[in-house]
Ligand binder design. Sequence first.
Ligand code: SAH
Length: 245
Amino acid sequence: MFTMCTLDADKDPMGTAIADYLKGKRTSRLQVFSSQFDEDEIPVRTLFRTLKSMPALEKTALQLAAGRILDVGAGSGCHALALQEMGKDVCAVDISSLSVEAMRQRGVHDARLVNLFDETFDETFDTILMLMNGAGIIGRLENMPTFFRRMKRLLRPGGCILMDSSDLRYLFEEEDGSFLIDLAGDYYGEIDFQMQYKDVKGEPFDWLYVDFETLRLYAAEQGFKAELVREGKHYDYLAKLVSNS
Ligand code: SAH
């Protein structure tokens, strides 16, 4: 199930890293742990990428975003700032109060501490943007119906969701090009993560990587049409989802 809450600063490693970077402090390692992968880390400066340094999929999403735009899980506000520079109208939401504060300091006009699944947030938008494996926020495949119901409430007629994700099947690829996936097991893109920055350790959370075909099927079940806008260099893609009703 989704939690509707926001993150306290003492449980918010990514927000703490963003705040440190903004203060001009030398940042430490933003570590990422998972029971399914080896330990990894996110270079904090990538959370501050500018339009120029963004992957092509993200640039395409920003170009396509139109009307009133909701940037979901906006982080340091990199996309919101780029959209503002393009003269577009964007509301940036995040569950991290440290990140929301950072966005305001960086000049994001409308940055709010909001959980996407909190139904008291009931404004409507022409474009809902979910970037940097934006599908991750859905958490698990079983959450798809709840996610799409929520999207129906937030989308204006004719509006769309622009979301990027990766197909993790390459992790299961054998040398001969075949794939070793346990079809009876959990979906291979359902990942558990936990992050740590300095002594700030976050709670474990679910993060979904979804291949386009699976996304398309779930979307269709919930009355959305999915279009593959563009593929990236490494099993990643940008999808556009539009409600049929
Ligand atoms: N989009 C940003 C940040 C991606 S990291 C970028 O591309 O750089 C994912 C962000 O989503 C984090 O800042 C996290 O706090 C936020 N987040 C996670 N779950 C959320 C939810 N349910 N509602 C809103 N934001 C959420």
